[in-house]
Design a protein around this ligand. Structure first.
Ligand code: FES
Length: 159
């Protein structure tokens, strides 16, 4: 049975316009979720309900996709996303010190977001730029040969 949840019912105004851009075919699920995340910042349970209702699929299917792909966030993220590579090459070249410096500066651990929603920090597997190790990516900008001091400077420039 088709659910009658609509974007309007979710009280997330951005959802309504995002949903309107997609046909009701299940194949639209991933692009729809990416679009929701781009506009809302993460995939809330309300967003999952709205996507399921729009595509006429079970909410469990939407949840399965959201939790399978690491690109999707279930909680609100910071305005700036700080990702520190923890792959082997970066680990060997001091990524642990980078993550410690970043965590200390922002007062959060990897996987957390600052209370003001300015920064989120996460550890990521290899970015594929091992020659630049250790690597840190802030928003979509890649920084190579990062030192703890440089990481702090990069963060400070964003505040
Ligand atoms: S291990 Fe860090 S970019 Fe490859």
């Amino acid at each position: 049975m088709r659910r009658s949840v609509t974007a309007t019912a979710t009280h997330i105004p951005e959802l309504e316009s995002v949903l309107a851009r997609y046909s009701r075919e299940e194949s639209q699920l991933i692009p729809l979720l990416q679009d929701i995340q781009d506009h809302v910042g993460y995939i809330s349970s309300e967003s999952m309900q709205a996507a399921a209702a729009h595509l006429n699929i079970p909410e469990s299917s939407v949840y399965g996709v959201v939790t399978f792909y690491s690109q999707f966030y279930l909680t609100r993220q910071g305005r700036h996303k700080v990702r520190v590579c923890q792959g082997t090459a970066c680990h060997v070249r001091g990524a642990g010190e980078i993550i410690r410096a970043v965590s200390a500066r922002l007062g959060i651990k990897p996987g957390e977001t600052t209370k003001d929603f300015e920064f989120s920090v996460e550890r990521v597997a290899c970015f594929g730029s091992c020659a630049l190790a250790p690597v840190m990516v802030v928003n979509e900008k890649v920084y190579g040969n990062v030192t703890p001091e440089m990481a702090i400077r990069i963060l400070d420039e964003l505040t």
